[in-house]
Design a protein around this ligand. Structure first.
Ligand SMILES: Cc1cc2nc3c(=O)[nH]c(=O)nc-3n(C[C@H](O)[C@H](O)[C@H](O)COP(=O)(O)OP(=O)(O)OC[C@H]3O[C@@H](n4cnc5c(N)ncnc54)[C@H](O)[C@@H]3O)c2cc1C
Length: 373
């Protein structure tokens, strides 16, 4: 089969790896607008269950990914002078660039053709010239725009602003920190992803953003401002920018997932708020699901139908949980009068996927303390 893939992110490369590994006669080309060492952002986080899925799908890349991991089991909630730890969770972090390099090497090893610095503009030509066109071209997908009459996307720009920094202050555990100043409430999502660096995402609502005057602050002044807000947490370390900009989260859904021989996967197809740390996981698991659909179907049309039928309910479930989590952060200011232990409890249960029973199993001491209070 001849397969063209737009986008050399986690979704596109992982799908290429699985297909090529299963049948070396597939001719697979990935078109990627960036160079092999360009990336945005810092680290990404996975749960233990995702790792089990990756091991079952491709042992080789799984081994490399886990070698590069920073793993932890605690969520830390920081409010005023207090830090509450909740143990018994399972997360690992990896630099996005490192993950991409591992997948690039695996693609090259298997004979997938990676065309870097190649922007796709004419989808019709690419579509006509293959058996399967996979649009793994991220949240601002060109394919989704060009074929919007077929995919019928539903796009929802959320009101909160966020900005993705790094820092050399190491946060051992998924740390959620809340700080207030005269402008409003700021939340930071941080975690260590290698021996020297942590991801540090800062989020605030639009009113706070306006009052802080970010509209007229340049990049350096914005960083200075936020370093002051989180001074007790950064312990003298700086915020590191990777061309970091304020953005609004875009919630993406699509009525139809494929048409003719074109299918979308990853962020092009759906997004889930970063507060449940699932974007890369879902992208990789989409690749596995689409690969498995080919395994149980005869031909492209049947496989794409199978992919949509089997994967859509799973994604809808995730998006529902992520939506609750996102809403919690959009309304964060309403929770700031809670005692820190109560705040930690609402945070742990915000998505509806973690019950009190789960928490009791994971960290009985935390639950005893919460119940006492
Ligand atoms: C602030 C923030 C924090 C996040 N934190 C996490 C986290 O902790 N854990 C997690 O799992 N996920 C996280 N994510 C989400 C994660 O980054 C994405 O969900 C994931 O990268 C999706 O993978 P993808 O392959 O679908 O798309 P992408 O990684 O976006 O890859 C798409 C690729 O397509 C290329 N491309 C696009 N258009 C074209 C074109 N026309 N021609 C050629 N190439 C093109 C792009 O250059 C890009 O390389 C976060 C996202 C944000 C914004």
């Amino acid at each position: 089969m001849k397969i063209n893939i737009i986008g050399g992110g986690p979704a596109g490369m992982y799908f290429a790896i699985l297909m090529k590994k299963a049948d070396a006669s597939h001719e697979i080309t990935i078109y990627e607008r960036n160079g092999p060492d360009d990336t945005f952002g810092w680290g990404v986080v996975f749960s233990g269950k995702t790792l089990a899925n990756l091991r079952a799908a491709d042992e080789e890349s799984h081994a490399e990914i886990t070698r590069a991991f920073a793993a932890w089991d605690n969520v830390e909630v920081v409010r005023q002078q207090e830090k509450i730890s909740i143990h018994g969770n399972s997360f690992s972090g990896i630099a996005r660039l490192q993950l991409l390099k591992i997948l690039q090497r695996r693609c090259e090893q298997l004979g997938v053709q990676l065309l870097f610095r190649t922007e796709v503009t004419d989808l019709h030509l690419l579509k006509a010239n293959c058996d399967l066109l996979v649009a793994a071209d991220g949240v601002n997908s060109t394919a989704r725009k060009q074929y919007s009459d077929h995919f019928l996307p539903i796009l929802d720009f959320r009101p909160n602003r966020y900005i993705w920094y790094g820092t050399n202050r190491l946060f051992h555990g998924l740390t959620l920190t809340f700080r207030e100043n005269e402008a409003g409430v700021f939340a930071a999502h941080s975690y260590k992803f290698n021996q020297t660096t942590s991801t540090f995402i800062i989020e605030c609502d639009q009113e706070t953003w306006n009052r802080a005057g970010f509209a007229t602050l340049g990049d350096d002044a914005t960083r200075d401002y936020l370093e002051k807000v989180f001074a007790p947490d950064l312990e003298g370390q700086l915020l590191l920018s990777n061309n970091s900009k304020w953005i609004n989260f875009l919630l993406v859904k699509n009525e139809h997932w494929f048409f003719e021989n074109v299918v979308m996967i990853g962020d092009a197809l759906h997004t889930a708020h970063f507060s449940i740390g699932s974007g890369t996981k879902l992208a990789l698991e989409d690749a596995i699901a689409l690969f498995e659909s080919f395994g149980r179907s005869k031909g492209v049309a049947e496989a794409l139908k199978d992919f949509e039928n089997t994967r859509k309910p799973v994604i809808e479930d995730y998006q529902a949980a992520a939506f609750e989590s996102m809403r919690w952060f959009e309304n964060a200011r309403d929770y700031m009068n809670l005692a820190p232990i109560e705040l930690a409890h609402t945070l742990m249960t915000r998505s509806g996927r973690v019950s009190d029973e789960d928490l009791r199993r994971r960290d009985p001491a935390f639950m005893t303390r919460w119940e006492k209070q």
